[in-house]
Design a binder for this molecule. Structure first.
Ligand SMILES: Cc1cc2nc3c(=O)[nH]c(=O)nc-3n(C[C@H](O)[C@H](O)[C@H](O)COP(=O)(O)OP(=O)(O)OC[C@H]3O[C@@H](n4cnc5c(N)ncnc54)[C@H](O)[C@@H]3O)c2cc1C
Length: 281
């Protein structure tokens, strides 16, 4: 017989932490768009879902006095994609958030849930890696900040400790004002995860200025740093060399969506197209 699933809606961060600790095999739930289908199919159903979507302090997008942008863990992907500040100052994130799933899904799913799920194809991870985001979290041991490049550990694995709740992602003001181009291939437009994706972002105030993120071609979303250096040094004339470097950085696998060879080849094609489209300087 199937075990009962205990659903609890938390109204504060403290309540969420307590509810999680109270019962073994508890899971935090934001939109539930990953968690619920997975729990049904896996035979590893959680004993308790701690719903964080109703926590007011996690439901805001805030511009801090420093100019940094903070996106709470209960904010939907759709709200992030459409937010005027995100669109104007951090267009890479708006681009990636708009590419995630379908509109109904984006209305329910959250950006923080997208990265906590730690899928190699997590669309918003590409932007957050390029923008040098930080994950704010709190757990039994207290609060801490995790740089996004240390957040993804493996497929479905993050550096969050057991019981740790991600509160928000923060994007530094110094990452504002860039341009971005996303190349994304999927079996069906608008509803399917990426078979392979490449985000190229040019950030005038950052070093390296060129940022290249790869999705669905490694155990985690990742940057291709050698390609970035080549583009910084030689601009658009380095497109072919950068494409080669990005292909070398990819560690794809064969699966139902595509072969490893196809994915690696497409990394090069998508990056070359992105350099051309941005006229990357
Ligand atoms: C039909 C379909 C299409 C999809 N298409 C895409 C796509 O194109 N691109 C893409 O990237 N994804 C896609 N997804 C996957 C999913 O919708 C996204 O990853 C989404 O952003 C997950 O967010 P969520 O808020 O629903 O997370 P949830 O399902 O609530 O949680 C996901 C995981 O993160 C954990 N978690 C959530 N919030 C927190 C928190 N604050 N602190 C700690 N842990 C937390 C949960 O315990 C769970 O393990 C798709 C899913 C479906 C069903």
């Amino acid at each position: 017989m199937q075990e009962r699933l205990d659903y609890r809606k938390a109204h504060s961060v403290e309540e969420a932490l307590t509810l999680f600790q109270d019962l073994p095999r508890s899971r935090y739930m934001a939109g539930g768009t990953d968690l619920l289908p997975r729990a049904r199919g896996s035979g590893q159903a959680p004993s308790r879902l701690v719903d964080i979507k109703g926590i007011p302090e996690l439901s805001r997008i805030e511009e801090l006095p420093s100019g940094d942008l903070r996106i709470g863990a209960a904010v939907s992907v759709a709200a992030v994609a459409a937010h005027p500040t995100v669109r104007q100052r951090f267009s890479a994130l708006s681009l990636c958030a708009s590419a995630l799933g379908s509109y109904p899904l984006r209305n329910r799913a959250t950006v923080v849930g997208n990265i906590c799920n730690a899928s190699p194809c997590a669309d918003t991870a590409a932007a957050l890696l390029c923008l040098d985001a930080t994950v704010l979290c709190v757990g039994p041991a207290g609060p801490r900040r995790i740089p996004i490049h240390e957040f993804f550990v493996g497929p479905g694995q993050t550096s969050l400790a057991s019981g740790e709740l991600a509160l928000a992602v923060e994007i530094p003001a110094a990452s504002a004002g860039g341009r971005a181009e996303l190349g994304r291939l999927s079996r069906r437009q608008g509803v399917d995860i990426a078979t392979v994706a490449v985000l190229l972002s040019v950030l005038p105030q950052r070093s390296p200025r060129h940022r290249v993120a790869l999705l669905s071609v490694a155990p985690t979303p990742r940057r291709a740093s050698e390609a970035e250096t080549l583009l910084d040094q030689r601009g658009p004339s380095a497109a072919n060399a950068a494409a080669e470097a990005a292909m070398a950085a990819a560690r794809p696998i064969d699966d139902v969506r595509g072969t490893a060879a196809y994915r690696r080849e497409m990394v090069g094609v998508l990056l070359t197209r992105a350099v051309r489209a941005l006229g990357a300087a």
